[in-house]
Write a protein that binds this ligand. Structure first.
Ligand code: FES
Length: 132
């Protein structure tokens, strides 16, 4: 299902807790992977949106196949698309890269999506323990 909105993002409206500048170093950065199935970073996705100006969020899949594997990253891709459509800078995710990875692993383990062969991490058991 591709309808989930992240809690603090509604176009033009602040609806939740935003990390402080001090917190930001612990949150997702441009070099962090958003689509683990196809090894697509946040930077690649944001650059794709800026340069190609997709008309619908699903066109972001043309950026290295992002979102076409297990489906975990699709709400994030949609949020980046909506942020760009609203003229907002891409928001910061309210989780660390380790938390993001662990939540994806749990999503897959719960049977919500199947990553393609060779996707990273290939199974939840391959996840490094969270240090948070
Ligand atoms: S993490 Fe992007 S489709 Fe699986």
């Amino acid at each position: 299902m591709l309808t989930a909105k992240l809690p603090h993002q509604v176009c033009g409206q602040y609806t939740g807790t935003r990390p402080t500048l001090l917190d930001r170093k612990f949150y997702m950065e441009s070099a962090d992977t958003i689509c683990y199935c196809f090894h697509v970073t946040k930077r690649k996705i944001l650059n794709f949106i800026r340069l190609h100006r997709p008309r619908v969020a699903s066109q972001i899949s043309e950026c290295g196949g992002a979102g076409t594997g297990c489906g975990w990253c699709v709400p994030y891709l949609k949020r980046y698309f909506e942020d760009a459509a609203c003229g907002q800078a891409a928001g910061s995710e309210s989780m660390t890269p380790a938390e993001y990875s662990a939540q994806r692993a749990a999503y897959i383990q719960a049977g919500h999506g199947t990553p393609p062969p060779g996707a990273m991490p290939s199974s939840p058991k391959a996840e490094p323990p969270s240090s948070v």
